[in-house]
Design a protein around this ligand. Structure first.
Ligand SMILES: *Cc1c(COP(=O)(O)O)cnc(C)c1O
Length: 244
């Protein structure tokens, strides 16, 4: 299927897709007795041209997610930071942190102590600390990054004490499966871990970044406050079959 990726074509897609996504969030929130207003949609524009960003902003989506530092910086150069909350949702190489900090509002995938330390060291002394989420591997899959195992709680508490970062909560990626039990288990484990972290350090924020296009229902039912949605809003990423 060939198509021209104009602001107009993205706007048309969003006019169907956004109400559908919001409806799914509303139903999941209702079934869990939650307020759907407590679930932020981070619109994942990675892999799409800047036209998708402009259409998203026109549609009122102001939380935008990217997973590569260079692509994020490029889009920020085109549309700026005013009126947009930029989220870096992907793995970050430590040597890219200095490029990232000037263009980002939230960092979702702080997946190691070494990365956290780098962010803390490079965070500008003037200005508020950068909002971060600690990525936790709650699925146990080898291929997934993040803090894991019995030491995770103490490591997260250590990072929470560093002044250069504002630990707003936790993030996880579920396995790419449909199995409800596996998905709920992965998301529920993150929620319980955050409860324990916040019991021990109330400075840590309440956010749970979990849920993507394919699993947002269970993520919201299990307490997500930020869903990261790409494909369900913008369609398959150009040049891919809808994968990463
Ligand atoms: C790409 C990506 C998403 C969005 O995935 P979709 O399936 O397109 O909704 C969410 N989170 C992370 C970390 C991603 O890299």
């Amino acid at each position: 299927m060939s198509e021209t990726l104009t602001v107009q074509s993205y706007a048309e897609r969003l006019s169907d897709a956004l109400p559908r996504v919001r409806g799914e969030i509303a139903r999941a929130a209702a079934s869990a007795g939650r307020d759907p207003g407590d679930v932020r949609v981070v619109a994942v524009t990675k892999g799409h041209p800047v036209e998708a960003v402009r259409a998203a902003l026109d549609a009122g989506l102001t939380d935008l997610g990217e997973n590569r530092v260079a692509e994020l910086a490029g889009k920020v150069a085109e549309v700026g930071r005013g009126g947009v909350t930029w989220h870096m949702i992907g793995h970050i190489q430590r040597r890219k942190v200095s490029d990232l900090l000037p263009v980002v509002d939230w960092i979702h995938a702080v997946d190691s102590l070494r990365l956290a330390e780098r962010i803390h060291r490079l965070a500008p002394e003037a200005g508020p600390p950068v909002n971060v989420l600690i990525q936790v591997n709650t699925s146990g899959e080898d291929a997934k990054g993040g803090f894991q195992g019995p030491g995770a709680l103490d490591e997260i508490l250590e990072v929470a004490g560093w002044s250069g970062l504002n630990v707003q909560g936790l993030m996880t990626m579920a396995p790419f499966v449909d199995d409800e039990g596996v998905l709920r288990g992965t998301f529920g484990a993150l929620r319980r871990l955050l409860e324990e972290v916040r019991r021990q350090d109330p400075r840590v924020g309440p956010h749970l970044s979990m849920g993507m296009s394919n699993d947002l229902r269970f993520a919201v039912e299990e307490g997500s406050t930020m869903v990261r949605i790409g494909t369900a809003l913008f369609g398959a990423r150009p040049g891919t079959a809808g994968g990463a």
